[in-house]
Design a protein around this ligand. Structure first.
Ligand code: 5GP
Length: 192
C-alpha cells in the first residue's frame, strides 16, 4: 500500500536493524485518514471470506483493526494484556514480546468469541509471530476459526511470515520490509 509505505519513509524512524518506530502515525499519535485507508484495504481483501469478527491486541493493533471492522461491519475484539477483575470467564495465553523482550499474558472474555466465529486477526507489525501464536491459541480455546490475517508492517526476514505461510491462511500485509538499518533506511520487499 503506497500511502503506508510513503508515510513510513517520511515519518518512521529506523531505530535498529530490527526495530522501526512508528509513534507519529500508528503506535502513539494516530493518523485517522491513514487508518481509514488501511481499514478499507483490509476490508476489500477479506470481504469474500465471511469474517464475523476482527481481533487484535492492545494497544498497537486497535487503530487499524477498528477501521477494518468499520468497513467490514463486524465487531472488533481486542485481547487485553492485563486481566481486569470484571472479566468473568477469561481465556488466556502467554506471549513473548518482541519489543520488550519479556512474556506477558493475553486474555479475552470467553463469551466474546463464539464457536461459529470466523476471525480476522489484524495487527500493526509482524515480527517473530508470537502475537499471532497467542491469538491462534485464544481462538482455538474458544472453538472458533482463524479465517484471515492482516498485517500493516511485516519484517520479512523474521520468523512470523514463514509461520503464517505454513498455516495456509488468507494473508495480506500492506508494507513488507526486506531489510532496514539506521544508516541506509528501508528496503521494501514486493511481497504482500
Ligand atoms: P511478534 O509477536 O510477531 O514477534 O511481534 C509483533 C508485535 O510486536 C506487534 O504487535 C508489535 O506491537 C510489536 N513489534 C514487533 N516489531 C516491531 C517494530 O519493529 N516496531 C514496533 N513499534 N513494534 C514492533
Amino acid at each position: 500500500m503506497e500511502l503506508l509505505k510513503e508515510t513510513i519513509e517520511q515519518k518512521g524512524d529506523v531505530l535498529s536493524e530490527n526495530i522501526l518506530k512508528v509513534d507519529t502515525f500508528l503506535n502513539h499519535l494516530i493518523e485517522p485518514d491513514l487508518m481509514d485507508e488501511i481499514g478499507k484495504e483490509f476490508a476489500r481483501f477479506f470481504r469474500g471470506t465471511r469474517i464475523t469478527k476482527v481481533m487484535t491486541i492492545e494497544s498497537g493493533g486497535i487503530a487499524p483493526a477498528i477501521m477494518t471492522a468499520v468497513h467490514l461491519h463486524v465487531p472488533l475484539l481486542f485481547a487485553k494484556k492485563a486481566e481486569p477483575s470484571t472479566m468473568t470467564h477469561p481465556l488466556t495465553c502467554s506471549v513473548h514480546s518482541f519489543t520488550k523482550n519479556n512474556d506477558y499474558s493475553l486474555c479475552v472474555e470467553k463469551e466474546a468469541i463464539e464457536p461459529d466465529d470466523r476471525v480476522l486477526f489484524i495487527d500493526d507489525f509482524l515480527a517473530n509471530g508470537e502475537a499471532f501464536k497467542g491469538i491462534c491459541s485464544l481462538i482455538s480455546q474458544a472453538g472458533a476459526e482463524l479465517s484471515g490475517v492482516g498485517i500493516c508492517i511485516e519484517k520479512a526476514w523474521q520468523n512470523g511470515r514463514q509461520m503464517i505461510d505454513k498455516a495456509d491462511i488468507p494473508y495480506l500485509c500492506l508494507a513488507s520490509i526486506q531489510s532496514m538499518s539506521p544508516e541506509n533506511g528501508i528496503v521494501w520487499s514486493e511481497r504482500t
